[in-house]
Design a protein around this ligand. Structure first.
Ligand SMILES: Nc1ncnc2c1ncn2[C@@H]1O[C@H](COP(=O)(O)OP(=O)(O)OP(=O)(O)O)[C@@H](O)[C@H]1O
Length: 295
């Protein structure tokens, strides 16, 4: 690292709480406009969930903030630096686990020896612990592993890298049922107040009680960036057997045996916890302007 370069880690204590700031960004693939004047702020010490429909631009957004794609307009700052400059001091504080990835023809142990020196605070002991928890064989060749096994190796690597920013794109795709629970436990245990995780996912049930705040990307904009409680404190979810008057509810969904209804909370309201799938549907539906939005 050049001596005049700002070390991200050294400035973490004083950098304030904002890890990512995107201001008025625009991005298009060739002539296909994806983002126009998009704004986003991500704060330290949280496990963010990034949600959006297929093609909403989640992976593109993650690539923009990790310096793999460049915005056409606006400003991106990660720990106060422009990721487009791809400075080593910033890149060694970002670990990005893509949804799909080729891996070299080598054993997991050899991969570890090759790549871990890039991350100054890589914790070899914890890497071993995570791999053991995920039941990964480090002597197996990476190119001969299943998708789920590869994900477990890279996930263990990313968590052990101790980067200040960890980006996981669809991390539970390919994981078996017991591994999904292990995933939640391991990710939660690796979180510290100085780290920030961003998890892009469609598998919201895998992520219940893990991701919060939630970012929702829709129609080229961030339409929601807040804690789940910001909605569940104001609105309550109830099951009803009689068909509700849709004009008087914020959100209605036909379910087995009745309807699920989201309505404004009153002092006496008792209801069910707001799950992420419903939160997503409510935010997308209300963003169409028919009910003025949940926020
Ligand atoms: N390299 C590329 N060239 C042209 N268009 C692209 C390219 N990569 C992505 N796109 C388009 O940009 C849009 C957003 O893609 P992106 O992969 O960011 O969405 P996503 O929200 O991650 O989708 P999914 O949930 O399906 O994974 C899609 O319409 C996609 O077809």
């Amino acid at each position: 690292m050049a001596s005049q370069e700002v070390s991200v880690h050294e400035t973490l204590e004083t950098a304030g709480d904002v890890v990512v700031r995107m201001t008025g960004i625009s991005f298009a693939y060739q002539s296909k406009k994806l983002f126009s004047n998009l704004n986003l702020e991500i704060k330290r010490g949280n496990i963010y969930g990034l949600l959006g429909k297929n093609g909403a631009g989640k992976t593109t957004l993650l690539k923009l903030l990790s310096g793999q794609l460049f915005v056409q307009d606006g400003m991106v700052e990660v720990f106060g630096q422009n990721p487009q400059k791809r400075s080593p001091s910033l890149l060694q504080e970002i670990f990005y686990l893509p949804e799909e990835f080729p891996l070299p023809k080598m054993k997991a142990n050899e991969y570890l020896a090759m790549l871990s020196p890039f991350y100054p605070r890589f914790d070899h002991t914890m890497f071993g612990v995570y791999c053991k928890d995920f039941d990964v064989d480090l002597n197996q060749r990476l190119d001969q592993m299943s998708l789920g096994q590869k994900k477990k190796v890279l996930l263990s690597f990313g968590l052990a890298s101790n980067t200040a920013l960890l980006i996981l794109d669809e991390p539970t795709n390919g994981l078996d049922i017991p591994s999904k629970r292990q995933f939640r436990q391991t990710v939660a245990s690796a979180m510290t107040e100085n780290r920030t995780f961003i998890i892009s996912t469609h598998q919201v049930r895998d992520m219940e009680n893990l991701i919060d705040p939630i970012i929702i990307l829709h129609d080229g904009s961030v339409i929601f960036n807040d804690a789940v409680a910001s909605v569940s404190d104001k609105y309550v979810l109830n099951l009803t057997t009689s068909e509700p008057d849709r004009e008087k509810t914020l959100y209605t969904e036909k379910v087995l045996g009745g309807w699920m209804v989201l309505s404004e909370r009153t002092d006496e309201s008792e209801g069910q916890p707001l799950d992420l799938e419903t939160l997503f549907n409510v935010v997308i539906q209300t963003s169409k302007g028919t009910m003025g939005g949940v926020r």
